[in-house]
Design a protein around this ligand. Sequence first.
Ligand code: GDP
Ligand code: MG
Length: 377
Amino acid sequence: MSKIRIYALAKELGLDNNEMLELLDSMGVSYKSASSTLEEDMVETIKALVSEDRQTQNTGTQAVAAAKAAAQPAAEEAPGSDVPHRAPVVTIMGHVDHGKTSLLDYIRKTRVAAKEAGGITQHVGAFEAQTSKGKIVFIDTPGHEAFTSIRARGARVADIAIIVVAADDSIMPQTREAVAHAQAAKVPLIVAVNKIDLPSANPDKVKNDLMQLGLVPEEYGGQTITVELSAKTGQGVEELLDYISLVAEIEDLRADPKGEFKGVIIESKVDKQAGVLATILVQEGTLNVGDFVVVGETYGKIKAMTDSNGGRVKNAGPSTPVQVLGFSEAPVSGEIVSGAKNEHEARDIVARRKEEREAAAEATTRRKLSLEEVMGS
Ligand code: GDP
Ligand code: MG
């Protein structure tokens, strides 16, 4: 794997240049022209996105429109491929106090909300829930920052967004924001109408109000799945999990545990005793203790891994969040993690990235200077 020019990648994927540039725009990737080069991480992400789109036939995305326009090889990689299914990754968003933490808490069956200072989620976490329909991975975000920064880097982390709306409060500013984020990321959403145990709950009002956001509930003939529930009593939670599994099935989520490793940083922190602790969500391939990994301009060797229940594990496959020990600096959440064969290769990748960034910074400075000359300042 190495760097590749945009037009060459477009050709390789059977897209025309404009389609490729549109795709890059939608991912928020900056470039000068079709002959600009792309980082190898980015190349991987684009390839994954295009093939994911081709597999899921997710007609809403530009990549798919592009794939269809290109029309030839798409059919061969369609469903039924022997790449195994993977568990869905779900993010829960919504207005403050509408019950996001309580819902996660109920699902996790531990009392996280009670432990949090002031009831505010302190950091992004991730955990796996076993349900009657299989495993579901939940990501707990403090707001939308993690979600948006992850998006900006071109990686799609969540497969499904749950928008929590309190039935006694209905649509609020952060509900709109959450819906907008999910729509921008083209992530299918499910609306959880929460707090229906309250006497003042008015779920019908919530469903009506959703239509202002262009979300028409299924019972009104639309496409939006809504589930009435109570994170307090647990009523309706099972139904929500069923819907998540259903949406996941439609999305036909697959990843190869034997493929090249790729993951994303969900959170990281520095522990006084243990050192840097980073939570990685494995997206492709398998991460093993002893592996070398690269994130941005740092690399590390995985010394130990724990799963979301705190148990030690030696390897982690697709859709598994693990907390790892082995970085010397805390990686930034949203950054893509890739593998390296050995320390030598890891060091090379990091050195190359540093050089490229410095060259780009220098070019910017030069441009600024010459602009100042032209402006006569
Ligand atoms: P977040 O800010 O969205 O994470 O909301 P929290 O989960 O912290 O909940 C805010 C408040 O609403 C807390 O006092 C919860 O106990 C309460 N709450 C959450 N879900 C329910 C529910 O289903 N029913 C009732 N009665 N209260 C709830
Ligand atoms: Mg919370």
